[in-house]
Each structure stands twice: as structure tokens, then as C-alpha cells.
Design a protein around this ligand. Structure first.
Ligand code: FDP
Length: 457
């Protein structure tokens, strides 16, 4: 390969994985040409060749080598990628630096690393779904594949507690997350969209946290390879009484079909404002893990580097723009919405809202994808509910609350369809539904000016 071409190719490789905040300035393209070994290894990575462990380690070493200088700057004791550098801050490194300045985050570190590990596994499953025949519905007939059929004849589709068909990947992702969290020993209780009951983790009864998650949100998109995601929330568990009781009389443990110990859900029924952490992992053209640990912690995003097999920091401090020009809602239901919501959407799309700009519609139908775009570009996302489904389609505990918490932590806003706070709703059951709107603070405020509490009565 002629050397100028080689240099341009390496420049291309270096610019390609950079997020918007980390685009390399032109001067970095003039760095000394790397060794041909680096080029070869990197090319192999791109083509998916020679993926043995030695190669991976070598790739990691060489990629680091090419990142001349230390790209890390400390901001408020948190390592951050310096402008114009590729990220070398892995999730593990980021979390351990947090723990070194705040020891109370140690359990959270373990928990976050387990969630990240599960997300990596789910990302691989999602990526290989078509190849490994993991598309289609989960069926009731053991060992029988339904392909992409809708569970006709003998292969009846399995349903979750809300009566929705479960996809194979819903069930697999749930298992992956459940196992990852169980083995941390740091989580006493967990609930999931795909579990009828909350599960008590016997090996971690003294732990400080409980977790809720939607293992594979947007799974109706999965067979078309459209983006999906995992949503999670972590709450502090102060139901010591419950655990003591369990310890006193182990026989009281009611087991479900998988011989798992079913629990009361008391610790999980806390309003979103009590979340200790929340986030999502989006499986799309990149796999991106976005989360916040609440309080003074920012919303941060890590992108899975497929060459290193590691989440690396790419979005150090995500802030929702104050205003956007997109609305994201299933407009097919507009004829069933309350008049106030129809009126609001009509105004912004005609350019008759507060900004006098015409808003465009963007709707993936996968909450994680729609929220991720809203977080980056601004605008408003909603699942409003309608005359048939007053509380909408989304679930309060593991969809609306964690996402609203995250968006508010990034400077955005959220509300229910009667203009109330999503984060103040105290759940009555784990699988309860709720309306929810979230996005740019000024867009949410504008929407609220159209809503009246009476609308939901
Ligand atoms: P899915 O059913 O594919 O899992 O709550 C789940 C969800 O997707 C969200 O991800 C998405 O925003 C919403 O449902 C889409 O609902 P509609 O099809 O009614 O628009």
C-alpha cells in the first residue's frame, strides 16, 4: 500500500469511532505513520478476521500506543476525555476513579459493571439474532422453534404478565440480566418486564440495592434489525424487615416455576425520585450505555468498542438541548388522544408553537432509540395514553421513571399527560402503566401549558 494512502486510511480509522465531542482536529492526521503491524491488526478487526485473544490484546496495546499523549483530564475528580483525543477511559476505569473519591459507591460500581457485562452479552445476541435464529416468538413448546411465525398451531406464543407476546430475545435477555445481577451478590431483589413476580436474591439479602429493568425494550422491532435497548433503574432497599422475616423462616419462600424465590415488591414500589441510578443500553449501529448515578453526577455515555470489547467513555456530560425541533409520538393514535394533546402537536408541527418553528416528526417506536435521539438533539418524546388506554402503553417502574430520571438529570424535563411529575408517582404495582412525556425542558414546559389535570379524569 503506498504510504500516503496508508496514512489516509489510518486517519480514517482514527476519525471513524469518534463521537461528536471527540472529532479529531486536522492536525492529528499529520501524526507519524503507525507501524504496518498496527494497520494489519486494525484491518483484521474491521473485517472480523483473526479474532483470537492474542490478537485482541495486541490490538488493545497498539490502539493505546497510537493515542499519543494522555487524553485524560480530571474535571471535579472525574476522568474526562480531553478535546481532540480518542477515548481510552473504560467504564471500569471511570467507576474505580469514582470509588477512589467516594468509597460509598463501591457496591454501585459492582452493580454497574454487572449490568454492563449483561448489556455486552445482549448486544452480541441482538447482533447475531438473524444468524443464530433468535428472531421470532418464544413458544410454549419446549425445544421447538417458531421462526418468525406468530405462534399459530401447536407453537403457541408465550405471553408476559401483561398479555404481550414474548420474543425469544426478550426471554434470553431477561435471563442474561437476571444471572448477571444475581451473581454480583450486591442486589437483594429484582423485577423485570418479563417476570410475573419480583424475585428475591437469596445470596444477597444484606445488599443495599434493588433493581428494575426492561431487558429488551422495543423488541417488536428486533426482527427488522431496528434499534432496541435495555432500560434499568436501581433503588436503595430499606425494607430490612422483609429480609429479616425471610431469613427467620426460609420455608416461607414461595418459589415460582423456575424454583426462584418470589418476593413482596415493597422495596420496588418507590417513586422515581428515589432512584439511586438509572440508564439504558442502546443496541443500534453502536452499542451505547448511558447512565447517571443521580445527585451531582452527570449523565454519561460509553460506547462499546467492538475491537477492545470494552465500553469506552464517549459522552462525558450529556445535556438535553433546552429546545428541539422534533416531536416523537405514535401519531397513528392521534384520533384517540385528548383534544389538548392533539392541539399541542398540531401547533408545533405547523410552526405556531412558542418558537414559531415547524417541528418534524421522528418516531422509531423503540423507546430507547427515541429517548437517545431526544437526549442528543432535543425535542419531545411521549406516550400519551388515549381514550382506550388512559395510562398509555409504557410501564412506570422500568420505563417511564428511569428514563425521566435520566433526562431530568441531563437538564431536561418530564411529565405525565395530566402535567404532573412522573418522578413523584408512587407505584402501586411493579407492572403498572403510566403516560409519560420527556425531553427538552422548554418543550416540556410548553406542552404542560396545554395540559389540565381534569383531562385524565
Ligand atoms: P415494544 O412494544 O416494541 O417493546 O414499551 C415498549 C415499546 O416497544 C416502547 O419501546 C415503544 O416506545 C412503544 O412500546 C411503542 O408503542 P407503539 O407501538 O404503541 O407506538
Amino acid at each position: 500500500m503506498p504510504s500516503t494512502f496508508r496514512l489516509l486510511y489510518v486517519a480514517y480509522l482514527l476519525v471513524l469511532p469518534s463521537g461528536d465531542s471527540f472529532r479529531l482536529p486536522f492536525k492529528d492526521l499529520l501524526m507519524p505513520p503507525p507501524s504496518s503491524r498496527f494497520l494489519k491488526t486494525n484491518l483484521n478487526g474491521f473485517l472480523g478476521l483473526g479474532n483470537n485473544n492474542n490478537n485482541k490484546q495486541e490490538e488493545a496495546r497498539l490502539v493505546q500506543e497510537v493515542n499519543l499523549g494522555d487524553p485524560v483530564v480530571m474535571i471535579n475528580n472525574v476522568p474526562t476525555v480531553a478535546q481532540g483525543q480518542l477515548s481510552t477511559i473504560t467504564l471500569q476505569r471511570y467507576l474505580s476513579s469514582l470509588v477512589s473519591s467516594d468509597e460509598s459507591l463501591r457496591e454501585m460500581e459492582g452493580l454497574m459493571l454487572s449490568i454492563a457485562m449483561a448489556c455486552k452479552t445482549i448486544s452480541t445476541l441482538v447482533n447475531r439474532a438473524g444468524i443464530n435464529q433468535l428472531t421470532g416468538l418464544e413458544t410454549d413448546v419446549m425445544g421447538t422453534r417458531s421462526g418468525s411465525q406468530s405462534g399459530k398451531g401447536k407453537n403457541k406464543a408465550k405471553k408476559n404478565i401483561q398479555g404481550e407476546d414474548q420474543k425469544k430475545l426478550d426471554v434470553l435477555s431477561n435471563g442474561v440480566l437476571k444471572n448477571a445481577l444475581k451473581f454480583t451478590g450486591k442486589l437483594g431483589l429484582l423485577a423485570s418486564e418479563e417476570e410475573d413476580e419480583a424475585l428475591l436474591i437469596e445470596s444477597a439479602l444484606d445488599s443495599r440495592y434493588v433493581a428494575v429493568f426492561d431487558p429488551l425494550d422495543g423488541s417488536s422491532n428486533i426482527d427488522a434489525s431496528i434499534c432496541t435497548g435495555t432500560i434499568f433503574g436501581v433503588l436503595e432497599d430499606d425494607t430490612v424487615e422483609l429480609k429479616n422475616e425471610y431469613k427467620r423462616n426460609n420455608d416461607d419462600c414461595v418459589r415460582n416455576a423456575d424454583a426462584e424465590c418470589v418476593s413482596s415488591t415493597e422495596a420496588l414500589l418507590q417513586p422515581g425520585s428515589q432512584l439511586a441510578a438509572s440508564g439504558y443500553c442502546m443496541y443500534s449501529s453502536s452499542t451505547i450505555l448511558v447512565f447517571t448515578l443521580g445527585g451531582s453526577h452527570p449523565v454519561i455515555g460509553f460506547t462499546l468498542d467492538p475491537q477492545l470489547g470494552e465500553f469506552v467513555l464517549t459522552h462525558p456530560n450529556m445535556r438535553v438541548p433546552k429546545r428541539g425541533t422534533y416531536y416523537s409520538v405514535n401519531e397513528g393514535n392521534s384520533w384517540l388522544w385528548d383534544a389538548s394533546i392533539r392541539h399541542y402537536i398540531d401547533k408545533i408541527k405547523r410552526g405556531e408553537g412558542e418558537t414559531k418553528k415547524r417541528y418534524s416528526s421522528r418516531y422509531v417506536g423503540s423507546m430507547v432509540g427515541d429517548v437517545h435521539r431526544t437526549l442528543l438533539y432535543g425535542g419531545i418524546f411521549g406516550n400519551p395514553g388515549d381514550v382506550k388506554h388512559r395510562n398509555g402503553k409504557l410501564r412506570l417502574v422500568y420505563e417511564c421513571s428511569p428514563m425521566s430520571f435520566l433526562v431530568e438529570q441531563a437538564g431536561g424535563g418530564s411529565c405525565t399527560s395530566d402535567g404532573g411529575s412522573v418522578l413523584e408517582v408512587v407505584p402501586e404495582s411493579v407492572h403498572q402503566r403510566s403516560t409519560c412525556w420527556l425531553g427538552s425542558i422548554e418543550d416540556v414546559q410548553e406542552l404542560k401549558s396545554y395540559l389540565t389535570p381534569e383531562e385524565t379524569n
